[in-house]
Design a protein around this ligand. Sequence first.
Ligand code: DGL
Length: 264
Amino acid sequence: MKNNPIGIFDSGVGGLSVWKEIIKLLPTESILYFADSGNCPYGNKTEDEIINLSKKIVDFFITKGVKLVVVACNTATAAAIDFLRSNYDIPFVGMEPAVKPAAVNTKKGIVGVLATEGTFNGRLFNNTTEKWASDIQIEIQVGKGFVELVENGELDSDKAKSIVEKVVRPMLDRGIDQLVLACTHYPFLCESIKSVSEESNIEIINPAPAVAKQVQNILEEQNRLTDEFNILYEFYTSGKIKTLKFLVNKILPNEKYLFQKMKL
Ligand code: DGL
């Protein structure tokens, strides 16, 4: 089991922002990545729809013998992780909106959170906010159009900047000094977010490094860290391969990968 791959999935290419941190921390682990770009976005789907799609992806991962699954999607974590944990024997690591570090770091007591509708409506976000930030002003905002930009590989075009500006400007005007990216697609728009918020001097918080650490901790505890060095990275998508390839090669160029289209 210890030399089996890790499975990572997202509604699309966004979870590659988590893959990026996992390969940094665990460079000898083999990883299978599933981008459900054919069904993206998940943000406005019902809980049942997301559970159903997540189940199909995990069933595919099980046929590949994965030893742990990372639900690299805040929306799918909110909707499906309880179901997955109670229906499969392998460990699952999900995304947690990084409200806690933002609440600790904020000087003004005003924190911005960007996420999808599904994440804001879920129990996880509301419980996390209540637990760690009950005395903090939380400014929430749906990143309208962000997921589509990233799925199209438009990260810092003029169009990307203007869509980002529309969403982020009102939060800056409300005085936030921390911005939590609670959707795995959003870190790919970091340059655009930075260019919009340049003068405001805000801190942008991406929870992906903490999620990678959590993966390492669980594998260590269960004695499932690999002792082999023949790393394998495979990428599957239910949508188009183009952006997936573009982002994978942007993160880790000059490697050989398997890219494959797959219907769910
Ligand atoms: N990447 C996703 C998330 O973290 C979902 C975006 C979407 O499909 O709406 O929430």
